[in-house]
Design a protein around this ligand. Structure first.
Ligand SMILES: [Zn+2]
Ligand SMILES: [Zn+2]
Length: 233
């Protein structure tokens, strides 16, 4: 409590670059101008602009994925600060951008629950907090839709990074579970995470939600990765 009160007197910093900004401005002008926004039209399966899509609309258990930004430049920097430097207050400006994208891409707002992609209890203890959960809670406040942690991650997996598509799928099989299947039955879910790289994590989570009775699963992340030309194979 004391820490929170004292925290209020610290200068406000830009959520992306960390520079000091005026008290009521969460993102500085330079970052605002440099934000790598995802443009329309978008690929519904990978969330990238169709000009950057490399997924060829691969089959997915979720209906669609949208994100306000690409994971590069100031967004990569901002998420890194958020994840590793313990600046949980930045969840609000990030969630605001996600909320705007949700309102414009899913205008019906037909969601019963916001469900975050989970991390293991052990990983959460090691890091001190769960950044996907913080984003989901802030998004819940922005959209007025309850955040329900319906998924759990049962055990730690090796890093997805560096694995090919087939290995990524295998690496995640059976990792996620839904403890209360009755409660999930018939729910329209907005599944959230901080970043989507290959979409495999969201896909595996969506598979479990769908198998356990969710009526629909649509996704939103703060950012999606954009592959360079040489990766487009
Ligand atoms: Zn900035
Ligand atoms: Zn695509």
């Amino acid at each position: 409590m004391k820490r929170r009160v004292l925290f209020a007197f610290l200068p406000r910093r830009c959520a992306f670059c960390g520079r000091v900004t005026p008290a009521d401005i969460p993102v500085c002008g330079a970052c605002r101008a440099a934000l790598p926004r995802v443009g329309d039209p978008r690929c519904p399966k990978c969330g990238r602009g169709t000009g950057c899509c490399t997924c060829r609309s691969a089959a997915r258990y979720y209906d669609s994925l949208v994100a306000p930004y690409y994971y590069e430049g100031v967004v990569r920097k901002g998420l890194h600060r958020f994840k590793f430097r313990h600046v949980p207050d930045n969840a609000a400006p990030f969630a605001q951008a996600m909320a705007e994208t949700v309102r414009s891409c899913y205008p019906d707002l037909g969601f019963d629950w916001i469900v975050p992609v989970p991390m293991t209890e052990r990983a959460r203890k090691e890091r001190g907090y769960d950044q996907a959960r913080l984003l989901a809670d802030a998004l819940s406040a922005a959209l007025g839709i309850p955040c329900v942690p319906a998924l759990v991650k049962c055990y730690e997996t090796g890093k997805q990074h560096g694995l090919n598509a087939w290995m990524r799928k295998g690496n995640l099989a059976g990792v996620f579970d839904v403890p209360d299947r009755d409660a999930l039955s018939g729910k329209r879910v907005l599944l959230t995470d901080d970043v989507s790289t290959s979409g495999e994590t969201l896909n595996e989570c969506a598979k479990m939600l769908w198998l356990c009775g969710a009526e629909s699963v649509r996704c939103v992340t703060l950012a999606v990765t954009k592959y360079k030309k040489k990766d487009q194979k």
